[in-house]
Design a protein around this ligand. Structure first.
Ligand code: SAH
Ligand code: SF4
Ligand code: F3S
Length: 447
């Protein structure tokens, strides 16, 4: 075991990834070094509770940590994130390795708690209280890289019938606009060229009592105007909160990329109503149409739940039809999973898991066909790639690099020389499409 060393294992969404990154940098500032699980004095498992399966992975990960560290009681294991928030002190293991629980709002106090627990081997701590305001965590110093993820809020007030997030992340709390802008500026000064604003319901930013009067579209315009910014994205908006200003922003703000992840969840009006999504199929289609009017090349991604309680074959076909009508370029789709404490967990008419799995397979086949068709149209097109790092692909005499185009698609390309191209913008021509990625060739000077 190395003194003052840590290892973080991360499951879940981009907010979790960003939380882990913050913890990593904060521990590094306190003199901790990264290590493999087997050598680490502190192991943090940052968890996701959105469906049963990711939650089951946590038990497996904790068992793994126990095995790899040979159950050494001197190793401090912390469980962070949504499972820690949901299960609380049940996670304290009788054998003593898990001694710290870090809830959503507790993260800010985690570095100090870790130091405290290392000095006090018989102590356990749980940081599970929710705060009523967005607490500033302190800057992510040294989080360089071409893409900066910046939190603008915490929690969600929507309580969609199936969703655990409002219980694990708490009520919606908007971060002060001045702090968001300060972080964005600092990240751009450190070399970031793209900013992605993060939250569970970003376009409801400012519409909670902790907001400071700045709306989402107002914030977006301020970020878009920051010097040095080449690209701007955000995730995740709620279709019901996409106001006219959020739509027109795609025409008005030059750095705002023509790619939007817009969770549909279902194409059936009856299912959407039972989910409590507060829009129907027509509203969604109308929104898609307005977005494409402003940006005809708009690429849309989505989330779909299949087999929601009461979903009939006809409801499911409505979803397939909507997938085609909206021409999503990608989608995350999952079988509905009961989450304890949510409304849907108590709904009757649960769909037979075998039926759900069969529907999911059909939906994913349709998505693959659609992606292939949309990708094929891209071959021969000119675009620009922001290089994020080396790619594992090999090409004789050249190094392979990867990055994203403005539509959020991962693109591989070979560049000559030994220079580090990370953070460079490369004009390219798309030469080939694969299942999930595109291949390209340089077609102009880097900038
Ligand atoms: N705030 C975002 C995402 C929340 S969770 C939104 O409103 O869309 C990410 C995705 O997980 C959801 O979009 C949904 O498709 C899926 N999901 C959430 N709860 C689920 C459940 N109980 N069963 C299956 N999928 C679920
Ligand atoms: Fe969950 Fe709905 Fe909130 Fe998204 S908007 S986090 S699906 S409750
Ligand atoms: Fe999972 Fe929590 Fe994110 S449940 S999806 S880690 S907000």
């Amino acid at each position: 075991m190395i003194d003052k060393s840590f290892h973080i294992i991360t499951f879940g969404c981009q907010m979790n990834v960003n939380d882990s990154r913050w913890l990593e940098l904060s521990l590094a500032e306190r003199g901790f070094v990264k290590a493999d699980t087997a050598d680490a004095q502190v192991v943090v498992v940052n968890t996701c509770s959105v469906r049963e399966k990711p939650e089951r992975k946590v038990a497996a990960a904790l068992a793994d940590v126990r095995r790899v560290t040979r159950a050494d009681p001197k190793v401090l294991v912390a469980v962070a994130g949504c499972v820690a928030q949901r299960l609380g002190e049940k996670l304290f293991s009788p054998e003593g390795q898990v001694r710290l629980l870090i809830g959503s709002d507790g993260l800010i106090r985690a570095p100090e708690a870790i130091e405290h627990l290392l000095a006090e081997p018989d102590l356990r701590l749980s940081l599970l209280d929710f705060t009523d305001r967005y607490e500033e965590r302190g800057r992510m110093r040294g989080a360089s890289g071409p893409v900066a993820q910046v939190n603008i809020m915490q929690g969600c007030d929507n309580f969609c019938a199936y969703c655990i997030v409002p219980f694990t992340r708490g009520r919606q709390k908007s971060r002060a606009a001045a702090s968001v802008l300060e972080e964005c500026r600092a990240r751009l000064n450190e070399g970031a060229r793209e900013i992605c604003l993060l939250g569970q319901n970003v376009n409801a930013y400012g519409q909670d009592k902790r907001g400071d009067g700045v709306t989402f579209s107002g914030l977006l315009a301020c970020v878009a105007a920051l010097p040095g910014l080449a690209r701007l994205r955000y995730v995740t908006p709620h279709p019901k909160d996409m106001g006219p200003e959020d739509v027109s922003a795609f025409g008005d703000l030059a750095p705002l990329c023509p790619r939007l992840h817009l969770p549909l969840q279902s194409g059936s009006d009856a299912v959407l109503k039972n989910m409590g999504r507060k829009y129907d199929g027509r509203d969604f289609l109308n929104l898609v149409e307005r977005l494409r009017k402003v940006r005809p090349d708009m690429a849309l991604g989505t989330d779909i739940i299949v087999g929601f309680p009461g979903e009939s074959e006809k409801d499911f076909e409505d979803t397939l039809n909507m997938m085609e009508a909206c021409e999503f370029v990608s989608s995350f789709s999952f079988c509905y999973s009961d989450r304890p404490g949510t409304r849907a967990a108590l709904f009757p008419d649960k769909v037979d898991p075998a039926v759900s799995r069969e529907r999911l397979a059909r939906l994913q086949t349709l998505q693959e066909t659609q992606t292939r068709r949309l990708f094929a149209k891209r071959v021969g097109q000119k675009t620009e790639i922001l290089i994020e790092g080396r790619s594992r692909r090999q090409e004789a005499g050249k190094t392979s690099w990867q990055g994203r185009d403005p539509y959020g698609v991962l693109v591989h390309l070979a560049l000559s020389g030994n220079t580090d191209y990370t953070g460079k913008m490369v004009p390219v021509i798309i030469t080939q499409c694969k299942k999930h990625t595109l291949m390209a060739q340089q077609a102009g000077g880097l900038w």
